[in-house]
Design a protein around this ligand. Structure first.
Ligand code: RM4
Ligand code: MN
Ligand code: MN
Length: 386
């Protein structure tokens, strides 16, 4: 691909940022409040809009309900649009209620299952009112001990609930089904892997697709191969991008393993309709500032995508046909090792943003202004709260 074509593809790259990445969050040990961190959904949307202004490629913001619940979603939509962003995926929250101790859609109690389903339907209505076309579903359902519940029974309950939800899904809406191999359930998780999520989506129909959260796999999993398979089967709906060293760490995208990010972005770059793949960041910051960390993630995704687009596909195909194992590997590494900073600087010049958006944030006095306007929110520790 020549440089003009690469720049054109980069211009079309859109990354969604999560509202929950702008507020204070922490580990189960402590939450360190950050001066100026967003305190409500309006401030979270304002921060997302700032990230979009500085990067030029983050035009939507995902919401978590009820964390971002308001009375008037039409007004919230306009609030976002007035600031230059739109509402992205709506994430039902099926873990933040005392009733969900034994699960939500898989709970043995039919009343709790009905409550969870009602909440999902409410999220569909919120998506319609905010102009969103994505419901992004993650279940915290699982069990902690062998024998605690019937594994097959839980699966059947999940199928029944999702079939009901799917039946009501508007035609232009997609249901993204996220999986996670453990946590908070420590013995079993009801949607533990991409295969289970894919089976579920196949069963539901074409409006259901798998969501790959990059931090939700056992160590050493070949995530890009999962991505390639899901793409081949038309089952890839989107991503929750973040990075991790050990578990679901939700660190800055590409901060621990930029090579893995490149390998994943390469599969995306090769897809026939990459714009159908929702690229959403799912990150929460614990000891760092929120907004510049989000900008860093956006920039790291652009970097990995630029490198992925630079792979010489013809040379690669030829070396693969010739059975030149090392030659083929070197074609891929050649792209990965290219310094794309000048290319990205040209892209940013074209779209009218600073060549280094993180520095632009830091130079622009935004952190200081927000700290002054919003102050430091007091946050109870997770244990005190418990
Ligand atoms: C989960 C999962 C979900 C996210 C929650 C807060 O681990 O990644 O996508 O919404 O965390
Ligand atoms: Mn996630
Ligand atoms: Mn996660």
């Amino acid at each position: 691909m020549d440089e003009t074509a690469v720049l054109e593809r980069l211009r079309r790259l859109e990354i969604e940022t999560p509202s929950w990445g702008y507020g204070n969050s922490g580990t189960r040990f402590h939450v360190y409040p950050w001066p100026g961190a967003a305190r409500d959904v309006h401030e979270r949307i304002e921060d997302a809009a700032l990230v979009h202004r500085l990067t030029g490629c983050a035009p939507s913001v995902a919401l978590h309900i009820p964390w971002d619940a308001v009375d008037d979603y039409g007004a919230l939509r306009h609030f976002a649009e007035d600031r230059g962003v739109r509402i992205g995926a709506i994430n039902p929250n099926l873990f933040g209620d005392d009733g969900y101790r034994l699960g939500s859609l898989c709970n043995p109690d039919p009343d709790v299952r009905a409550q969870a389903l009602r909440h999902c339907r409410e999220c569909v209505a919120i998506a319609e009112q905010t102009g969103s076309t994505l419901i992004s579903l993650w279940l915290a359902d699982g069990t902690n001990y062998p024998g605690q519940d019937d594994l097959r029974g839980r699966h059947e309950r999940l199928v029944a609930a999702l079939e009901e939800l799917y039946a009501d899904l508007p035609d232009d809406m997609r249901l993204l089904v996220e999986y996670k191999f453990f946590e908070p359930g420590f013995y079993s998780t009801d949607l533990p892997d991409w295969g289970t999520a894919a089976l579920m989506c196949r069963r539901l129909g074409p409006k259901a697709q798998v969501l790959v959260d990059t931090g939700h796999h056992p160590q050493g999993t070949n995530v890009e191969q999962i991505v390639a398979l899901l793409l081949s089967e038309d089952l890839l709906g989107g991503f929750h991008l973040n990075n991790r060293k050990y578990a679901d760490d939700d660190l800055i995208v590409g901060s621990i393993d930029p090579f893995e990010l490149f390998r994943i972005m390469r599969e995306i770059a090769r897809s026939e309709s990459p714009e159908r793949i929702a690229l959403m960041i799912d990150q929460s910051h614990n000891i760092e500032g929120k907004i510049d960390a989000m900008i860093q993630s956006v920039a790291n995704i652009q970097t990995a995508y630029a490198k992925a687009l630079l792979v010489d596909d013809e040379r690669l195909a030829a070396t693969q046909r010739a059975g030149d194992v090392l030659g083929a590997h070197r074609v891929v590494m050649d792209a990965y090792e290219t310094d794309v900073r000048p290319l990205l600087a040209r892209l940013r010049e074209q779209i009218g943003v600073d060549p280094d958006p993180v520095e632009a944030f830091r130079r622009g006095g935004h952190a200081e202004r927000l700290a002054q306007e919003r102050g430091v929110a007091s946050v109870e520790s997770a244990y005190e709260r418990a």
